[in-house]
Design a protein around this ligand. Structure first.
Ligand code: XIL
Length: 656
């Protein structure tokens, strides 16, 4: 039940919705356009109305007319005695689980209060246990101007308490807030009539996505389970998430993802047990609480903490997680010995890596244990990693595999450099996986686009095509490929290495297939994929689905081109292009399979199959074909023994 009435946003915010015009051939179902945002709350603090905002503790919250971001009123919080005190609003009856909300509020320090840093957070409680989720991190604010805090939040757990609040990083200055807006964009349904990436790659390797709990809910969950058969919790298995204080383990998020994976028949990659980032400070503090120095006692303490951590985390998950990134990013190619000078290395030398692998093997004897790193295509780094793995394997350290992160971009690296990366490790007799692939649209940290330009998305698609072609050629070496995210609405590259709008994944912000998706699934469709994120002129919408370079057949002759796009044991992907030689307003294409082939999914049309006889009819958007035009549809089917092309076709009942 929602306490507030929903209404359309004021013009400025509604303008954030991306309008979509399709100006390319419709080789697949056109991407649905993004819906307009829906406002759930809009608090202006006019007429002495606090809209239910209250203090978190003993401070005072009241409407003020001293300053206002709009109108004449704002909300003033004064009498703060602790940094976490601030104005708070219950959103328990307002926010639904699994919906991605945008929260926006304007903040200003009260006159004479100078400057500080403010942040916007959500407090949630489940079974009495509170969690604090940051929506907008520390942001400079002062008494001289209004500053906007805006961020996204998805409630991913069942809660009995849920509230949003503003606090400061330090100090207890009085604050004004104004124009709080809570809104969301209704989810666009995913495309159900396109091939599943996991089916297309079925004969090669499992395909994974890095996720957090919100990706296991609603439309995101549908996209995830349709296309992927492996998941990697992107953050939930890191040390700061699993053991934030010594001996206290938290698995709620990881368990939610593992449960989802189990329910959907997916593998789980455990990422990661040892890393120099996202590790709490206590791990590196000595018995007295001071930062460790390299002594024998500190080394023993650190390794015992590592041992206990691995037993806690790996032991908790048991057989549910069969692959672990035991150590992450331990190589520094600029060191003569190739080892990163992390706290781990400083205190424990190489022994932290040896201990981590040995303990993990002991706790999970059946799991595959990986050493994972980025830039493993760069020859200097690749070779240092190779040397380390050879040394450790020679010592008997139980390393099963090398993980190549593959955080790459539209221009880099080349296929040959990536091939050399895989080849290098073949003699070591280790498994290899691509663990964190994404393809940034940016080639340097100085670039920034408000929306991804179409040419970058096309270049990105060819990079996905070329690298996946390489991976497929090496599928005897690669036991899994994972992309670092599900869709462009949630990617770490929006804040790394700088804050900007990146689009590195296979699906766009509305969860629709990008050219990058077709780069993997069917590269002939790359140029023809509608791009929801790039508004273009509708005046050039073509009337057929043929690629623009296709030469039309002579008028009057009907032609069908049948093609096996890819084939694997038991399955294949087919494509049918029909040039009817006369204008049609709807079409039905028929054929008979000679060898028992059976279609399991078909896109850009509807189909029935009765025995050997297949009948395909147009989709709602591609029924009309001009006299010199053509239409193309595709499908995935099973086969055994022989997979011959059909001998003849009919179009609207007549032989073609
Ligand atoms: C990233 C996560 O995606 C972010 O959400 C987090 O803020 C930082 O870490 N290499 C890795 C991953 O091994 O763990 C990183 O994940 C991305 C780079």
């Amino acid at each position: 039940m929602r306490a507030n009435t929903r209404r359309r946003l004021p013009f400025a915010l509604a303008g954030l919705a991306v309008s979509v015009a399709v100006a390319v051939p419709l080789a697949t179902a056109p991407s649905a356009s993004a819906a307009e945002p829906v406002t759930v709350a809009n608090h202006t603090f006019e007429n002495n109305d606090t809209h239910g905002w209250a203090p978190r503790a003993d401070e005072t919250v009241a409407v003020s007319t001293a300053v206002a971001h709009s109108g004449t009123g704002s909300l003033l919080v004064s009498g703060r005695t602790r940094t976490w005190e601030g104005p708070t609003l219950s959103v328990l009856d307002t926010m639904d689980k699994g919906v991605r909300y945008t929260l926006s509020v304007w903040v200003r320090v009260a006159a004479g209060g100078g400057s500080t840093q403010a942040r916007l957070s959500v407090e949630r409680r489940t079974a009495g246990t509170p969690s604090y989720d940051q929506v907008v991190g520390n942001t400079n604010v002062s008494d001289g101007a209004w500053v906007n805090l805006q961020g996204q939040y998805t409630l991913a757990h069942d809660v009995e308490f849920l509230s949003v609040y503003v606090e400061t990083a330090s100090g207890t200055a009085s604050l004004h807030i104004d124009d709080f807006v809570l809104s969301y964009v209704p989810a666009t349904p995913i495309q159900t009539d396109i091939p599943s990436v996991k089916d297309v790659l079925a004969s090669h390797f499992p395909i994974g996505a890095a996720i957090s709990v919100p990706q296991t809910l609603g439309e995101h969950a549908r996209l995830l389970s349709k296309h992927f058969n492996s998941v990697t919790p992107g953050n939930a298995l890191k040390w700061d998430a699993t053991e934030p204080t010594e001996g206290t383990f938290r698995f709620a998020d990881a368990d939610a993802m593992v449960d989802f994976a189990r329910a959907n028949g997916m593998e789980v990659r455990g990422h990661t047990l040892v890393w120099h980032n996202q590790t709490p400070a206590w791990v590196f503090n000595d018995a007295s609480g001071a930062p460790m120095t390299p002594t024998a006692a500190n080394k023993a303490l650190l390794l015992s903490r590592l041992d206990a951590h691995i037993r806690g985390v790996v032991g908790h998950h048991g057989a549910d997680i069969a692959t672990w990134d035991v150590v992450n990013e331990v190589i520094d190619e600029n060191q003569a010995d190739g080892l990163r000078r992390s706290k781990w290395y400083e205190i424990a030398g190489l022994d932290y890596i040896r201990t981590a692998f040995r303990v993990t093997r002991e706790v999970a004897p059946g799991a595959k244990l990986y050493i994972n790193d980025y830039n493993t295509n760069v020859p200097a780094k690749r070779d240092k990693l190779y040397n380390l793995v050879s040394q450790l394997k020679a010592e008997g350290v139980p390393i099963d595999g090398v993980g190549h992160q593959m955080h790459v971009n539209v221009d880099w690296p080349s296929v040959s450099e990536s091939e050399a990366m895989i080849q290098k490790f073949v003699p070591l007799d280790v498994d290899q996986q691509v663990t964190e692939m994404d393809v940034s649209i940016y080639t340097n940290s100085g670039e920034s686009f408000p929306t991804p330009p179409r040419d970058r998305l096309i270049r990105q698609a060819y990079k996905y095509r070329d690298l996946f072609d390489l991976y497929k050629r090496y599928s005897s070496e690669l036991t899994s490929v994972t992309v670092w995210g599900l869709a462009d609405d949630d990617t770490w590259l929006d804040t790394f290495p700088v804050v900007r709008n990146d689009a590195p994944l296979l699906f766009d912000e509305q969860l629709q297939a990008k050219p990058a998706y077709w780069g993997i699934v069917d590269p002939t469709r790359i140029e023809a994929t509608p791009t929801a994120t790039v508004p273009t002129s509708p005046s050039v919408v073509p009337t057929t689905s043929a690629p623009p370079t296709t030469t039309p057949p002579p008028a009057g002759s009907c032609q069908v081109t049948y093609r096996v796009v890819g084939q694997w044991p038991g399955g294949f992907q087919g494509e049918v292009r029909v040039a009817p030689g006369q204008a049609l307003t709807s079409w039905t294409v028929g054929w008979s399979f000679a060898n028992g082939q059976r279609i399991s999914q078909l896109w850009s049309g509807g189909y029935t199959q009765s025995g050997a006889t297949v009948t395909v009819t147009n989709a709602s958007w591609n029924g009309s074909v001009p006299a010199n035009g053509s239409v193309t549809f595709g499908f995935v089917a099973s086969w055994t023994g022989t997979n011959a092309a059909p001998a003849s076709f009919t179009v609207n009942g007549a032989a073609c």
